[in-house]
Design a binder for this molecule. Structure first.
Ligand SMILES: [Mn+2]
Length: 466
């Protein structure tokens, strides 16, 4: 393919900006510094950019970090001619511009986050030394239609059509940023088409099962968590034998007719267990499979997990194409999935505390409390009241994660407001989205916090207390 950008019908103004960025890269003879965000999308972006620079024979040095602070930039070694900031940078464009001007260097910003109401991106012609590319300047939704790795991939194929093979990591990065729900759109959709039509990925519709075999997929399934199946090896064996499916074969080797029967069995079973129809429907989406990497979801979560566990360089190696690294990252991914299930089963056994309009529980692992709250709400406990999970952090500060679902939000639930108000009232703070939000407050004010949450949720849903 001569021109993947044309094939994908990337809007002309964006093509031009990518061209400016590619020209900057091609005119750089010295070293290139790449700084990217350290989550799944950022690691994928860093890998895609670095791989394409390496293929051009350019010298580069890549790091991944959480939030880029001014100190990080000041601490940068000065021996670079070009700085590429990826999956972040738009909100710090001015600082980046000052820094590179002072060093006599140039910068490229590839970001899909907020542009703080700015009308125009930084461009090399305005004298700021920066080419900024952000879909939000082109009326493309940066939350769902384009991630950091989408931009990294578009730049890579601008540099050379040979980089088209990196499309798998582009979509893995977008998936890690949850841009695949309910389906890939805008620029992600174009890349999805490129990947599928050129044989990099195959696509099937159904529940997103993942695992190295069909039985592992069912036993370790958390989303959906299927009562009586998830976590129960004997039940899974019995079910598969009843359907004449060999439990040890990879998911993609299960005959499609049998897979359909299995999927609809689970569908009915979830509904019969009382799981909301809207939650079950959301599970049916397009799933992708790569010959080399298996399920795109596993690839994405394996890379994302590397960020989560502070193993960014392992994630980077995966994107670089190191299959041994991928094996290790996958092991971590399945360990993590197992841990989530253990916590979920433990929660199921211990139960949650009921209030009139909310349900809540306390757990130890702060990093997983949001996940357990969400899965518990959707699949195990009462589906009509939001779930509030708390974990004690440092200095007696309680960290809160709350989860609802789209259906309750349609009825008026806004957890962002609940968390902000209740957090503030209990001497802390909070915020987030209507369906998922967080808060913090000092432990001794827990009762007050919970009472406020209960009252606010009741008011939002139009239910009077008493
Ligand atoms: Mn991102």
């Amino acid at each position: 393919m001569d021109n993947p950008l044309k094939w994908m019908k990337v809007p002309q103004p964006l093509v031009e900006r990518l061209g400016d960025a590619a020209a900057l890269i091609e005119s750089t003879s010295g070293s290139i510094r790449v700084i990217s965000h350290y989550d799944g999308d950022g690691i994928s972006s860093a890998g895609i950019i670095s791989k394409s620079l390496g293929r051009q024979g350019l010298r580069f040095h890549t790091t991944m970090t959480n939030v880029m602070k001014e100190e990080d930039l000041s601490g940068l070694d000065v021996g670079f001619e070009l700085l590429i900031v990826s999956d972040m940078g738009s909100s710090q464009a001015e600082m980046i511009s000052k820094k590179v001007l002072a060093l006599g260097a140039r910068a490229i910003i590839l970001d899909h986050h907020n542009i703080d109401g700015r009308r125009n991106p930084y461009s090399i012609s305005d004298g700021g030394g920066v080419v900024e590319i952000n879909p939000r300047f082109h009326k493309i939704d940066g939350t769902s239609g384009c991630s950091g790795s989408t931009l990294a991939f578009l730049l890579a194929v601008t540099l050379s059509p040979e980089n088209m093979d990196l499309c798998t990591f582009s979509l893995a990065g977008s998936l890690a940023d949850r841009q695949h729900v309910p389906s890939f759109t805008e620029l992600n959709y174009s890349i999805r088409n490129l990947a599928v039509e050129n044989g990099y990925l195959t696509s099937t519709k159904g529940m997103p099962f993942s695992g190295r075999s069909i039985s592992e997929a069912l036993v370790t399934s958390n989303d959906p968590f299927i009562e009586g199946i998830s976590g129960d090896e004997d039940a899974v064996r019995a079910l598969l034998s009843q359907m004449s499916i060999n439990p040890f074969i990879p998911i993609e080797e299960v005959e499609s007719e049998k897979m359909k029967v299995l999927q609809s069995y689970i569908y009915v079973r979830l509904l019969r267990n009382g799981v909301k129809r809207s939650v079950v429907h959301e599970l049916f989406r397009e799933n992708f499979h790569s010959k080399e990497y298996g399920s795109l979801q596993d690839l994405a979560y394996a890379i994302d997990g590397c960020g989560r566990f502070g193993k960014q360089s392992l994630g980077f190696q995966v994107v670089w194409g190191d299959m041994e690294a991928y094996g290790r990252a996958l092991d971590d991914r399945f360990e993590y999935k197992k841990r989530i299930q253990e916590l979920l089963l433990e929660r199921k056994k211990e139960g949650v505390n009921d209030m009139e309009h909310i349900q809540w529980f306390e757990m130890e692992e702060e990093t997983l409390s949001g996940t357990i709250a969400g899965l518990g709400h959707n699949y195990i406990f009462d589906h009509d009241r939001p779930m509030i999970a708390m974990a004690q952090g440092e200095n007696g500060i309680m960290k809160v994660s709350s989860r609802g679902d789209r259906e309750i939000c349609k009825k008026g639930l806004d957890l962002a407001t609940v968390m902000r108000e209740a957090g503030k009232k209990a001497g802390g703070g909070g915020g987030g989205h209507n369906v998922a939000a967080g808060a913090h407050f000092p432990r001794e004010r827990m009762e007050e916090f919970l009472d406020t949450c209960d009252r606010l949720v009741g008011e939002q849903l139009g239910k009077k207390g008493g």
